[in-house]
Design a protein around this ligand. Sequence first.
Ligand SMILES: [Zn+2]
Ligand SMILES: [Zn+2]
Length: 240
Amino acid sequence: MSFNDTELSGYLEIFWQFSWSQWLMFSLITNVLLYLFSIGMYLFIERTCNKDVLQEKDHPVTKSDFYLSFLTVICNSLVMLIGVFLWKNGWIELGQKYSVKAVVLEVIALLLLMDLLMYFFHYMAHLPFIYKLLHGKHHEHISTNYLSLFVLHPLETIGFGLMMLVLLMGYDFSVISISVYLIINLIWGTIGHLNREFFPASFDRFFVGTTRFHNQHHLDETKNFGFYTSIWDRLFGTYK
Ligand SMILES: [Zn+2]
Ligand SMILES: [Zn+2]
């Protein structure tokens, strides 16, 4: 089984023809929709899931969180535009392997590599002077809410995006793998900032970065720097 590649190249051709103003619109609309999807999903799970509560009270949603989360959406759009620029200029090439097996392998590679890169950058973001400047705002949320995932300093958002673009320059991932990875990233981030556990307790044993895992990082900032998995924290002795 494989995705229909002639049809896909047809779509890519349409995107290739986009003008910059069309790209600007496209990236803003896509990122606003993803933002709304995350908030909707968060609220839906909060209301319907009756699993263990990790922290009794949600962090209050403030006006400044709203502004900052919207700035994150703008930064994500900017990263997308940089990606398009790199693609149009041949720095990023899109792979053509569309078989299910190839996509699964590429997505796993993206998840593990990004998890490792994020581990190091997240660890560095907790060095006192960088923390004060960049990452402290995210940690004002000790318990979390539906905006916590997006309450980031613009440089954190752009840094995350650039990290991914560097990986895309290093290997020709297909557009399907990249999209699947980005959707998993969004869903993971949304679930990771719930105040109730979403995953079965046994998942912790399988190195999954569960909600409990990231929630613990908000409670104890010296532990759990990874995101999708607990592999790197276990390896480097920062797992809790
Ligand atoms: Zn942190
Ligand atoms: Zn967090």
